[in-house]
Design a protein around this ligand. Structure first.
Ligand code: CUA
Length: 329
């Protein structure tokens, strides 16, 4: 494994694959600083060892003589480092401004981070799930609007191949942008520790041709109106990240499994029993802390779920419950 990894990467290449225009300045700056650090470390360390050896105590009578002030030396070792630091500052600052200001963009995608999910919403209302990934056209500036629900925690949208990382903070919108330079798949990570499943907040940017992008947009749009409710609900379940915590195969995760729940009797943590009907599902989505299922903790984030999405979710939960008797043939 390690050997194949080594064989496939060039030994001098320390950075992830190149996927966006930002690599044009981030990469040279990184290598400049890396090489400079190595040169200085070896130079300063080398001098230190050399002087320790050269001026060692040679015999019992060897006494140190105090050093004298040297103006030239003082100025040289102040001005040169200042010059280098300013050079790096200007290089990095110009790049940072470039990263802050999106180029003239035509596409804006809302990225919603939550525990522990990425949700992508496109200009025409189409959505894609963490598993589908973020689908973007190649060679077009894309503005990303980042958000996270108020009841959630800080996450960070990190795409190493694009050299971008931006926090998603509850209660405010953040923005970033990129222009992908070649078609392909690039990993998305969460770069802010956000709890139990932080390491599983992984997705992908799928950079595709413009035609493919528009084909996806058209296909993904209006699924809430066009798909049968239970199928639309299955998509909502994936997009909102419900599956991260709730299995539909009966296994307990961070939250209770949700198959065979609709129409059943649920025991809550205070010992009371409730009927899992439409209202139970609605309350569990809108106010998840109110009724905690016995054996689980109050961990669910309040997601932004519309009426239509909620109806679809309820239809989906009915379709996967053996206790639901309506509409079955
Ligand atoms: Cu989200 Cu770490």
């Amino acid at each position: 494994m390690m050997m194949t990894l080594l064989a496939e990467t060039q030994w001098w290449n320390w950075l992830p694959q190149k996927g966006s225009t930002f690599t044009q300045w981030v990469d040279p700056l990184f290598y400049f600083e890396l090489i400079l650090s190595v040169v200085l470390f070896v130079g300063i360390g080398g001098c230190m060892f050399y002087f320790v050896w050269k001026y060692r105590r040679k015999n019992q009578d060897d006494k140190p003589h105090g050093s004298h002030h040297n103006n030239t030396l003082e100025i040289v070792w102040s001005v040169i480092p200042l010059g280098i630091v300013m050079f790096i500052f200007v290089w990095g600052f110009r790049g940072m401004l470039d990263m802050t200001q999106p180029e003239d963009y035509s596409t804006e995608i809302v990225v919603t981070a939550s525990r522990w999910n990425w949700q992508f919403t496109y200009p025409n209302g189409a959505q894609s799930s963490m598993e589908d990934g973020l689908i973007v056209p190649v060679n077009q500036p894309i503005r990303i609007v980042l958000k996270t629900p108020l009841t959630d925690v800080i996450h960070s949208f990190y795409v190493p191949a694009f050299r971008i990382k931006k926090d998603a903070v509850p209660g405010r919108y953040n923005e970033t942008w990129f222009k992908a330079t070649s078609i392909g798949d690039y990993p998305i990570y969460c770069a802010e520790y956000c709890g139990q499943r932080h390491s599983q907040m992984r997705s992908k940017v799928h950079v595709v041709s413009e035609d493919e992008y528009y084909a996806f947009l058209t296909k993904a749009a209006n699924f809430l109106d066009n798909d049968p409710p239970a199928e639309a609900g299955k998509k909502v379940f994936a997009i909102k990240g419900c599956a991260t915590c709730h299995s539909v195969e009966g296994k307990a995760g961070t939250g209770p499994p949700l198959n065979d729940v609709f129409g059943s009797t649920v025991t809550l943590s205070d010992g009371t029993q409730v009927m899992a009907d439409e209202n139970y599902i609605m309350n569990s989505v809108k106010n998840p802390s109110a009724q905690i299922v016995a054996g689980f903790q109050d961990q669910m984030t309040v997601l932004d779920v519309s009426e239509k999405e909620l109806d679809a979710l309820i239809a989906y939960l009915k379709s996967i419950s053996k206790h639901y008797v309506g509409n079955k043939e």
